[in-house]
Structures are given as structure tokens and as C-alpha cells.
Write a protein that binds this ligand. Structure first.
Ligand code: PLP
Length: 487
């Protein structure tokens, strides 16, 4: 690694990315390539001789960029955004530049200590109870994804429970969520070795805004107890993926506590909004939970990947996840005065992720971060208002944050057979989404809730402005007009 050569090539790469952002609106948001396209463009094997970065960057432009779906485009309204920012990039560059592997304190003290500090800062910003802070005997850790966070907390809950009831009872443990809980819970359940028949996706309804009902939870737990099963883990969601439904934390924690169930709160997307005082009430009751996670890579301008997990009792994570091979022994760890994050996660090795979060928090400050979130929410409100003004459309569920769930309403179609109506409305909306995305001018995704197909316009890309919202709505209207004329 020659520092001068790195400086030269580094400038070229930064320039390349800056140009990419300058031109990002020229690309179709959803990639148009066909499966297997790249194999046709690239050589059969790795080059024997070195190639210059200029040649490689040309191939990135010619072959890689066409195969990108442009998540950072201002016209990206799919899934939930992964918000980029200058500070997030620069933090990532520092992380990659140092390339330290901070599995325990001694392997890079700054990596561990900055993570401790940043997690407490963020805990303060979210007004998490003191019991989740290091100063309150809890603590926070950075994972790459919610899935990892849930696997680790579920393993801790499992082992605590099995210690009480005996390992032979693993097959009796039950995990609870709703039919709106992210599939990551099911995956975690499988990984952790819970009997897949003991995974409960409790049904939600439109009348409760697709939120998990505490009464339904109680009934389900009671029924499991009658069968001799052992309730273990509840994942409550603040901001579900399909519609941003909010599970009532306080009441759910109350039920869970009665039965000794571990509660994890998944606020992957909407957690970021809770840095704004007006949204904080959505996590009221979090003090009753055992663990809480959210993804700054979704809506806190931090870039992939970054999931914050707090637990009230870190020692239970460590008792499930800790190993102490001789080659890692050191005085600091033996002193028990330091955090060894290898014991809070699945892998041994870990990235210095807190640097990018630290840069984001310092470069923008809480005031600006709140402002960015409020601007996104305001733009979503604009989109929602445009939908409401067009009588051919309906809003399926009230908007909570920056996601608008909408569809062509049944009243826009003349149906001779009521039984066929739901199917026909779903079909029309599916066609509408395909047409919007094929246009290349906007990219949205869908959900099916309560049997209804709904389009999701998730506002949240860093570069999106009001004009992009208006343009996206024009695209929706134009295609709706064309599709409806054929029905
Ligand atoms: N939970 C919720 C509510 C989500 O919306 C998502 C992704 O959109 C996830 C979990 C998955 O997160 P990850 O990819 O970090 O595992």
C-alpha cells in the first residue's frame, strides 16, 4: 500500500462517486438488466497482470452502474431508504482506512470506547430509559442488521430460560410476533433452533391499524400454556415494514412481563424518527422491554450497514455468546473493566462502525438530523395530500411517518361481480406498480395487508425534494389513467 498511489487513486474514486451523484437522475431508478447480464460483459477469469484504476472505473461505469438499482436516487420510494450522507461516507472511509478489527477492547481500544460513547449519545437522543445505557448497567452495541440483533437477543432469552427449565425443553419454547412482523423474526427463530411450529404470527386487522393486539397476545400465550408449551420471546414492532403500524409497547410489555416473556422492540425504520420529540411517544413503554433496536442505515443518514441494539442486561448476551480462547487472553479483559464486544454478537471480528455514526452525529448535530426527518415526513404528507385529492385513489392506512400506503380504489372500477372485485382491484394495482417501475422515473414497492394489494411510497432518500414528489405523483396518475381506460 503506497500512500501516494492511494492518494491519487482515492481522488479518482471520490471524483467518480461525485459524478455518479451529479448524474444520478439520468439513470432508470430500477435496474433494467436481465439475470446473468454481467457474465456476458466480464472476462471468464481474473486478470493475470494488474490493470489501472482508470480501466476498472470505466468498467464500473459501463457494466456495474447499469446493473444498479439506484437506492440513492431522489426518485427512489421503494422498501425503506438507505440514507447516504457526506458524513456517513467519510466515516466509512475512515473505518475502511484504519481497517482495525476491534473484537475486544485491547484489539483497538478506541473502537470499543467510541462505540460505548456513541451508543449512550444515541440512547439519550431517543430518550431511552437509563437502564439501557452503560451508566445504568445496560448497554448498546452496533450490529450489521436487525436480524443479527434479534438472533443474539433470542439466543440470550433461550439460554436463560433453558437454564431454568432444562435444555431438554428446547422444543417447548414459543416465539411471538404479528403477521406484520418482519420475516427476520422467523429467520432468527429458525437459526436459534426453536421448533418452527412454535412460531406465532398473530393475526392483525385493519381495525387496529395492523398493530398487534395485547388481548390476542394474551389469548395466544394462554392457549400455548394449556398445551404445556413455554412462552419465550416477543418481537414488538414500532413501524412495521408493510404499513408502519405501531404495536402498543406498553400494553404488550405488560402482558409479556406476566408470563416472563423477553420483549424485543424492532424499530428498524421508524426508530430514527424518535429523535424528534413529536415522535418519541411512539416508543412509550419501551422501559418494559428487554432489548431495543433500530437501523441508522435506514433513516439516520449513516449508510449501510448499521443497526443499534440496546439491552438492559448485557451479561445475559455474554453468557450465551462469549468464548475465551487462550490467544485472546489479555489483562484488560481479565480485569472485567472493559467491554469486549465479541461477546455481544455472532462473529468474532467486527468493523469500527461507530466512526461513521460519530461523524454523522457531529457533522449534522441533533437539530439538523431532526430537521431532515421532518422534511421527509412533510414530503410524505404532500404525497398523501395529492393522493387524497384524486377520487380514483384511496389511502389504505393513516400515515405515521414518511410512508404512504395507497391504491386505486374499488370505486374507480366498474365491477359486475362483487366476488371478483378484490381480485380485480389487486390486479389493477399490481399493473400500476409494474408500469410505474418500468417507466424508470420512480421506484415504489408493494405490500399485501388484509388481502389487499397496496402500493408503498416510502419517502426517505437523502436527495428527494418536493419536486420529485410531485413528479412521482404525475407518473402514478399517468399510468393509472392508461390502465383504468382498459377496464
Ligand atoms: N424490521 C423491520 C421493521 C424492517 O422494516 C426491516 C427492513 O426493512 C427489518 C427488520 C430488516 O432489517 P435488517 O435488514 O437490518 O435485518
Amino acid at each position: 500500500l503506497d500512500p501516494e498511489e492511494f492518494r491519487k487513486q482515492g481522488h479518482m474514486v471520490i471524483n467518480f462517486i461525485a459524478d455518479y451523484y451529479q448524474n444520478i437522475e439520468k439513470y432508470p431508478v430500477l435496474s433494467r438488466v436481465e439475470p446473468g447480464y454481467l457474465k456476458k460483459c466480464l472476462p471468464e477469469s481474473a486478470p493475470y497482470d494488474p490493470e489501472p484504476i482508470s480501466t476498472i472505473l470505466r468498467d464500473v461505469q459501463d457494466h456495474i452502474v447499469p446493473g444498479l438499482t439506484h437506492w440513492q436516487s431522489p426518485n427512489f420510494f421503494a422498501y425503506f431508504s438507505s440514507t447516504a450522507s457526506t458524513a456517513g461516507f467519510l466515516g466509512e472511509i475512515l473505518t475502511t482506512g484504519f481497517n482495525v478489527v476491534g473484537f475486544n477492547w485491547v484489539s483497538s481500544p478506541a473502537a470499543t470506547e467510541l462505540e460505548n460513547i456513541v451508543m449512550d449519545w444515541l440512547g439519550d437522543m431517543l430518550q431511552l430509559p437509563k437502564s439501557f445505557h452503560f451508566s445504568g448497567n445496560g448497554g448498546g452495541v452496533l450490529h450489521g442488521s436487525t436480524c443479527e440483533a434479534i438472533v443474539c437477543t433470542m439466543v440470550a432469552a433461550r439460554d436463560q430460560m433453558l437454564l431454568r427449565i432444562g435444555r431438554e425443553n428446547l422444543g417447548k419454547l414459543v416465539v411471538y410476533g404479528s403477521d406484520q412482523t418482519h420475516s427476520t423474526l422467523q429467520k432468527a427463530t429458525q437459526i436459534v433452533g426453536i421448533n418452527t411450529e412454535n412460531f406465532r404470527a398473530i393475526k392483525t386487522t385493519k381495525s387496529t391499524g395492523f398493530a398487534l393486539s395485547p388481548e390476542m397476545l394474551r389469548l395466544t400465550i394462554s392457549s400455548d400454556l394449556e398445551k404445556g408449551l413455554v412462552p419465550l420471546f416477543l418481537c414488538a414492532t414500532m413501524g412495521t415494514t408493510a404499513t408502519t403500524a405501531i404495536d402498543p409497547l406498553e400494553a404488550l410489555c405488560h402482558v409479556a412481563k406476566e408470563y416472563g416473556v423477553w420483549v424485543h422492540v424492532d424499530a428498524a425504520y421508524a426508530g430514527s424518527a424518535c429523535i424528534c420529540p413529536e415522535f418519541r411517544h411512539f416508543i412509550n413503554g419501551v422501559e418494559g422491554a428487554n432489548s431495543f433496536s433500530f437501523n441508522p442505515h435506514k433513516w439516520l443518514f449513516t449508510g449501510m450497514d448499521c443497526c443499534c441494539l440496546w439491552v438492559k442486561n448485557p451479561s445475559v448476551l455474554a453468557s450465551s455468546l462469549s468464548t475465551n480462547p487462550e490467544f485472546l487472553r489479555n489483562k484488560a479483559s481479565d480485569s472485567k473493566q472493559v467491554v469486549d464486544y465479541k461477546d455481544w454478537q455472532i462473529a468474532l471480528s467486527r468493523r469500527f462502525r461507530s466512526l461513521k455514526l460519530w461523524l454523522v452525529l457531529r457533522s449534522y448535530g441533533v437539530a439538523n438530523l431532526r430537521n431532515f426527518i421532518r422534511i421527509h415526513v412533510k414530503m410524505a404528507k404532500t404525497f398523501e395530500g395529492l393522493v387524497r385529492m384524486d377520487k380514483r385513489f384511496e389511502i389504505l392506512v393513516p400515515r405515521n411517518f414518511s410512508l404512504v400506503c395507497f391504491r386505486i380504489s374499488p370505486s374507480a372500477l366498474i365491477s359486475s361481480n362483487e366476488d371478483d372485485e378484490i381480485g380485480m382491484v389487486n390486479e389493477v394495482n399490481c399493473k400500476l406498480l409494474e408500469a410505474i417501475n418500468a417507466s424508470g422515473k420512480a421506484y415504489m414497492t408493494h405490500a399485501v395487508v388484509g388481502g389487499l394489494y397496496v402500493l408503498r411510497c416510502a419517502v426517505g432518500a437523502t436527495l428527494t425534494e418536493e419536486k420529485h414528489i410531485v413528479e412521482a405523483w404525475n407518473v402514478v396518475q399517468d399510468h393509472a389513467q392508461a390502465i383504468l381506460s382498459t377496464y
